[in-house]
Ligand binder design. Structure first.
Ligand code: PMP
Length: 299
């Protein structure tokens, strides 16, 4: 077994709850051969009252629908029903703190034509911290994010993740924790599986939409900034600017949550993580996902 499931694990597959070990897909699926599928990455948490709560479930399933639509993948599903099914899968697997992976994929089709049907699975597994709590040593990657004129970059498409895999593996092989990828014009874009922010003089900066996945955590961070009166701006910047100016920086994503950087290309962030506005945002995010009220005083 892989660690993701065992002989008792249940997943959702086209309206039914089936054993993960017994679920089968067609090896002639267009998705397997060409990466033509869309998916989501969602988390559930045990909240302060002990209940299982999926974080921003409506936003995630809406992005799944939009991703499918962007790629002409049929999406005959009702998102409210999918959300109910997700809670049911969590319950059947006795999980509260979990990673949730809906995947919409294509039938057998070795050509490039559009399909009349699609399939959906929702898989869940236990998840702790994704990139860890330790501050990250980040490397500016020589791999760029996919060009939005070549891909529907706003869609969370399976095939895009070949780019993520090569960039992340390259950074790790070079002794770093994670890669930072640029866009086709040389501006900072995002991580292989997360968005990024940097902080300067108490203000946050993040790349605008256009060349990045529109992250739900990124949107949550912007909401938190608004609530905590931390100024935030969406603008293009280079990795050199980050190295010269950043007091702090972090990646954010559903799996990664908010995770600070130690350095970029070996150049340390100018401030200790504790004491930055970024740290306040990290704390606020952690509280929000478990529905804990935070005192909103800003240091
Ligand atoms: N960018 C990429 C490439 C990602 O894979 C992810 C993870 N889904 C993100 C950003 C962050 O998105 P979210 O906050 O919605 O998880």
């Amino acid at each position: 077994m892989t660690g993701y499931y065992n002989e008792n694990t249940i997943l959702y597959f086209n309206g039914e709850y089936v054993k993960a070990a017994e679920a089968k897909i067609d090896l002639y699926s267009q998705s397997l051969h060409y990466g033509y599928a869309v998916f989501e990455g969602i988390r559930s948490y045990r909240n302060v009252s002990g209940q299982t709560k999926i974080f921003k479930e409506a936003e995630h399933f809406e992005r799944l629908r939009k991703s499918a639509s962007a790629l002409n993948i049929p999406y005959p599903y009702n998102n409210e029903e999918l959300i109910e099914a997700t809670y049911e899968v969590l319950k059947r697997n006795n999980l509260q703190n979990a990673y949730i992976r809906p995947l919409v994929f294509a039938p057998a089709n070795m050509s490039f034509t559009q399909n009349k049907v699609s399939f959906i699975t929702i898989q869940v597994w236990e998840m702790g911290k994704f990139l860890g709590e330790k501050l990250l040593k980040v490397m500016t990657s020589s791999f760029e994010r996919p060009n939005p004129k070549a891909f529907k970059i706003e869609a969370k498409a399976a095939g895009h993740y070949v780019n993520s895999i090569v960039a992340s593996q390259d950074a790790k092989a070079k002794g770093f924790d994670e890669a930072l990828l640029k866009d086709m014009n040389g501006f900072v874009a995002e991580a292989p599986g997360a968005n990024m922010f940097y902080e300067k003089n108490g203000k946050l900066f993040t790349p605008p939409l256009g060349n990045i996945l529109p992250g739900i955590t990124r949107a949550t961070v912007l909401e938190i900034c608004h609530e905590l009166d931390i100024p935030a701006e969406e603008k293009l910047f280079t990795a050199d600017e980050v190295k010269q100016h950043a007091d702090a920086a972090f990646f954010c994503g559903t799996a990664a949550e908010v995770i600070g950087w130690e350095s970029l290309d070996g150049i340390k962030m100018k401030k200790e993580w504790n004491g930055t506005a970024s740290k306040l945002i990290q704390d606020a995010y952690k509280a929000r996902v478990i529905e804990k009220e935070l005192k909103t005083e800003v240091a």
